[in-house]
Design a protein around this ligand. Sequence first.
Ligand code: 3PG
Length: 209
Amino acid sequence: MNVEFILKQRLICVAVIEKPEDSVPLAEALVAGGLNCIEVTFRTAAAAECIGRIRKIVPQITVGAGTLLSADNVKRAVDAGAQFGVSPGLSEAVSQAARQIHLPLFPGVVTSTEVMRAMEWGWTLLKFFPAETSGGVNALKALAGPFGHTGVKFIPTGGITAATLLSYLAVPQVVAVGGSWMADRKLMAEKNWAKITALTAEAVKGIVA
Ligand code: 3PG
């Protein structure tokens, strides 16, 4: 799996986009703030179209598909041009579909059992979700005990903000952090792209790649 794009910046903007016409301005706002990775969640009917538009018009940003809950989601994401996939949990159907279609996948885990299952299925870069309510940084440090030597790495997501971002990134097993605070839905509804750029620049600034 090629994860170079994530190792570079260590931050993924998780976006819930309702209107396809907001996808390109959002991606451009993130790029203007210095971020080159976005996860468009399959929580809205617009997701696939948004991925396609961003791939075509903002090629400098890497585009993933999030909230992949089924094999059909995986297929639609890849057809739209998604370059990686993210799932909130560990689903056999999602895992098999991604493997078959050669989509790099970050499946969601919280427990040791889930980490072991993900490893058995060949995944080593795992979304730790929901991070804050599942023990946050302390839980990740505890998982590093049995799994630190295995090569498994984590992308914590869920409840992370600009204020807590760096504490997560300080955990050696954390490759990157995901969060939606930059693509704030109210700011998107107001088309306040400048504020989104400012939030992104602030987040990116503190990160040591
Ligand atoms: C996700 O799907 O990864 C989460 O919804 C992102 O969590 P956040 O909105 O709390 O950042």
